[in-house]
Design a protein around this ligand. Structure first.
Ligand code: EPU
Length: 423
């Protein structure tokens, strides 16, 4: 199993180009089940999760081909299969989002229930409630859920105890594009990744209004055709590098980003004392004379609030701040697995229900640590950049699921970081 080794204390300098968004491209790939004719996707990140989604598509009659320039060609050649294979689906929760498109395009859809997850209970009840409201007959057997019946359209409310559901919104809206009637999704997720999916489907002939708002209206059409599409930049990768720049007080510019998708993170980083300059498609961290970081509180919320996917990285920043900060998780109240590993590097963190109380310290020192999930591993890498000595992050496969060439990108701006290949 590979490890990433970081020697802390290096100032960074330069610019980092941000890749296409993982969480935008995964539902877009699932939506190609709905489409007749070739699709060409640009700005597709080279990630384990993207490879996994492509392998599942290949097994259900959809060809995928990476061109040497990185563009991805996708085209359905056999629309008869309706089961997403369990062995691959269980490795990636996001594949549950194939259920709606399979049912809508192929008349039947069968996907296994996603298994447990390190950040607590992650149900799919809202997905199923929404799909049922637009006509699905739901059968549950042998750990799988099967949908049948016509897609009729209808009115769906997708709000839950922790806000809306991102992939649940994607599941319902994708199924509705080929429905007979009109679907109204109230309390739809407003994440930019959902807006990107809607715009992509519109370019393929779908009729969707209210894009980017909490109310989506989808008028079913007979069929969808292919198109060329450029996936939006990954706002979470962007925010991760920006947080790293602030932690190291470095002159770093992230490029090829959509700064407006980062406003909640920029707001908190500025409150913590960072000087950030926003360009049209870039954000620059200008080093401050002291490099001091002030403790600030943060609460994760659905978009446009502060993203849960940056909570762990922000905790690493707060671990070196002056003062005490309270980090509250309102999307996944159990998503604190990284806290114990950050403490191995010297952080002072105490859990209080859905909050973590972080007391900043200057005494952070490298140690061997284990990644528990994708964003947790990113927080450990960031902490490694400022901790004294060496930090070895194990279970790097988590990071490869969602960050393209993370160590190369950090090395490109001066970090002392390497991948140690083992086994
Ligand atoms: N929820 C329910 N019922 C449901 C679905 C969700 O109660 O049927 C709850 C969840 O338990 C959670 C909240 O609603 O408390 C929000 O979950 P959501 O469904 O929005 O999450 P998701 O769609 O499964 C996506 C991202 C996650 C990201 C969340 C929240 C993808 C592939 N995944 O998951 O990304 O954390 O939205 O923004 O888009 C990551 O990239 O590291 C990652 C975990």
């Amino acid at each position: 199993m590979d490890r990433i080794r970081i020697k802390g204390g290096h100032e960074l300098c330069g610019s980092v180009s941000i890749s296409g968004s993982k969480n935008a491209v995964l539902p877009i790939l699932a939506s190609t089940i709905l489409i007749d004719g070739p699709v060409l996707l640009r700005n597709v990140p080279r990630l384990k999760d993207v490879d996994c989604m492509c392998r599942i598509l290949n097994l259900i009659g959809i060809r995928t081909n990476r061109r040497p320039n990185g563009d991805l060609e996708v085209e359905a050649f056999d629309n008869t299969g309706y089961k997403a294979p369990y062995d691959l689906v269980r490795t990636m929760r996001a594949s549950f989002v194939m259920l709606g498109p399979l049912w809508s395009r192929r008349g039947l859809g069968e996907v296994s229930y996603p298994g447990g997850c390190v950040f607590g209970h992650r149900p799919v009840d809202l997905h199923l409630k929404g799909l049922q409201a637009i006509g699905a007959r739901i059968d549950r057997q042998d750990g799988c859920v099967t949908l049948s019946g016509p897609v009729t359209g209808g009115t769906v409310f997708l709000g839950g105890p922790f806000g809306s559901t991102v992939l649940g919104t994607a599941n319902v809206l994708m199924a509705a594009t080929l429905g007979k009637g009109v679907t109204y999704i109230e309390a739809a997720a407003q994440e930019p990744e959902i807006a990107d999916l809607c715009k992509f489907l519109t370019a393929c002939g779908a009729k969707i209004t209210g894009i980017g708002s909490h109310m989506l209206v989808i008028e079913g059409v007979e069929s969808l055709h292919g198109c060329e599409w450029e996936v939006i930049p990954d706002r979470i990768e962007a925010a991760t590098f920006l947080t790293g720049a602030v932690m190291t007080n470095s002159d770093v510019t992230i490029t090829d980003v959509e700064p407006h998708h980062l406003l909640a993170v920029i707001d908190r980083l500025r409150a913590a004392g960072a000087t950030l300059e926003m360009g049209d498609d870039s954000v620059r961290n200008v080093p401050t004379s002291t490099g001091h970081i002030t403790a600030v509180d943060v609460t994760t919320l659905p978009y446009p609030g502060f993203p849960t996917d940056i909570q762990a990285q922000f905790m690493a920043l707060m671990a070196m701040a002056r003062g005490v900060s309270i980090i509250t998780e309102k999307v996944y109240p159990e998503r604190f697995m990284h806290a114990a590993e950050l403490m191995r590097l010297g952080a002072h963190i105490r859990r209080e229900g859905p909050s973590a109380i972080v007391e900043g310290t200057e005494q952070l020192a490298g140690a061997p640590v284990m990644a528990s999930d994708l964003r947790a591993s990113a927080s450990l890498v960031l902490m490694g950049l400022v901790a004294d000595g060496h930090t070895d992050v194990g279970r790097v496969y988590h990071i490869d699921r969602g960050y393209e060439l993370i160590e190369k990108k950090f090395r490109g701006i001066g970090a002392d970081i390497e991948r140690i290949r083992e086994g």
